[in-house]
Design a binder for this molecule. Structure first.
Ligand SMILES: Cc1ncc(COP(=O)(O)O)c(C=O)c1O
Length: 403
């Protein structure tokens, strides 16, 4: 039988696939790269940058990698859990000594925070209830697709009040009215992406009481610990939730606070209702990981483990992280002082802020001034330098509505 081209087109396996829009942020990167203007400013890409505009390998990571290179004598498989010593050491940094030792909590290494979120989604999807995930908007654009990819229903509620450039706690809480027991509430542990906002301690306590009393399960996405106020401060809200909740999940990324981005380093911890209940949770996580990525990449996690097992390296990592955090907060203060509409930025935290401008203004800033950001108006504060704050604000000012 001869197969005609028409027949092939009609039956081709991939014939039904649709074209996909390019990643918006990658498009911004491409345009910035192609711009020859020497004074162009990239506040688009969401990575930390130092005062010279670089995203350096942290000192402690460099040293740990040096040691790994000279001492590692095998690259044989570990297991679906990855480097368990890494996860256990990291638990002390993330959860704190007490919760890290809680027998109801167990965790495994994942490929970055994204892997942790995807594993959390798959785990939730395997439960009998297949609950809905509640996500405040705006949020990291990858959140909803990750949960939907696991077949979960996603509902969103308001989180941000653009007019006040602040989080709208009442709307966020009211949005949960329709959530039912067993539903999962996604919470940014600190340094909200894209708004830079954070719940106050009182708000965390209220959220903890509300979710516990309604049987809602918190899933805390902690991707920027140490880049907001400090390691302990940035984990405090998450710990309040774990203390109150019978069940909870923590998706963690080391890719920003260890600047390991492309090495893909993260972990997922689950708090179950009892020490016995966490055993099948762990076993299910391992089975799921096996079919998702088999085993997480080792190198970055091994470097983090070496750092956390060595007091001097840990101290150096902490010191450099404090410097990174201070640089971001200095820039925040400069921006806040430079224009009344930007004042909330000084009170917010982490890499990001959401400017109150539309996509026409974003395009004008790009075309007229070589300032690059995604259409949402999200800026990476660390993309600025002290000397570029003034020209940045001068270019931005005509688009900021005062009063
Ligand atoms: C809020 C949030 N969660 C999770 C992640 C995922 O981080 P990773 O690069 O470790 O996958 C990001 C990355 O930008 C993020 O902003």
């Amino acid at each position: 039988m001869t197969v005609t081209l028409d027949h092939l087109a009609a039956t081709a396996l991939f014939g039904s696939l649709q074209r996909q829009p390019p990643d918006a942020l990658l498009a911004v990167i491409g345009m910035h790269r192609a711009d020859p203007r020497p004074d162009k400013i990239d506040v688009g890409v969401g990575v930390y940058r130092d005062a010279s505009g670089k995203t350096p390998v942290m000192r402690a990571v460099k040293e740990a990698e040096r040691r790994l290179l000279s001492t590692q004598d095998s690259k044989s498989y570990l297991g679906a859990e990855g480097d368990q010593r890494f996860t256990d050491q990291l638990a002390v940094v993330a959860l704190g000594e007490r919760l890290a030792a809680d027998p109801r909590i167990d965790g495994i290494q994942t490929p970055g925070g994204t892997g942790a979120l995807r594993l959390a989604a798959e785990l939730i999807a395997r439960t009998e209830r297949a609950p809905t995930i509640w996500i405040g908007t705006p949020t990291w654009p990858n959140h909803a697709p990750i949960f939907r990819a696991a077949g979960l229903a996603v509902r969103s509620q308001a989180y941000f009040d653009a007019a006040r450039s602040d989080l709208d706690f009442d709307a966020f809480i009211a949005g949960l009215d329709q959530a039912v027991a067993g539903d999962v509430v996604l919470l940014h542990g600190c340094c909200h992406n894209p708004t830079g906002t954070a719940f106050s301690t009182a708000q965390w306590q209220e959220l903890a009481a509300l979710t516990a009393s309604r049987g809602l399960v918190p899933l805390i996405d902690l991707a920027y610990q140490g880049l907001g106020k400090g390691l302990e401060e940035d984990a405090a809200g998450m710990r309040i939730m774990l203390d109150a909740a019978p069940e909870a999940l923590v998706a963690y990324s080391c890719d920003k606070n260890f600047a390991l981005y492309r090495e893909r380093v993260g972990a997922l911890w689950v708090q179950a209702s009892s020490p016995a209940a966490v055993v099948p949770v762990r076993e299910t996580m391992l089975v799921l990981a096996r079919s998702l990525w088999s085993m997480p990449p080792d190198h970055g996690a091994a470097a983090v483990r070496l750092i956390l097992e060595d007091n001097a390296l840990t101290a150096d990592w902490r010191a450099e992280l404090v410097d990174m955090c201070a640089r971001i907060n200095t820039l925040r203060a400069r921006l806040g002082d430079a224009h009344p509409v930007l004042a909330p930025i000084a009170r917010q935290q982490g890499l990001f802020a959401l400017l109150p401008i539309d996509r026409v203004a974003v395009a004008a800033l790009r075309e007229r001034h070589g300032i690059y950001m995604p259409d949402s108006g999200r800026i990476n504060i660390a993309g600025l330098r002290e000397e570029t704050v003034a020209p940045f604000v001068a270019a931005l000012a005509p688009y900021l509505a005062c009063g």
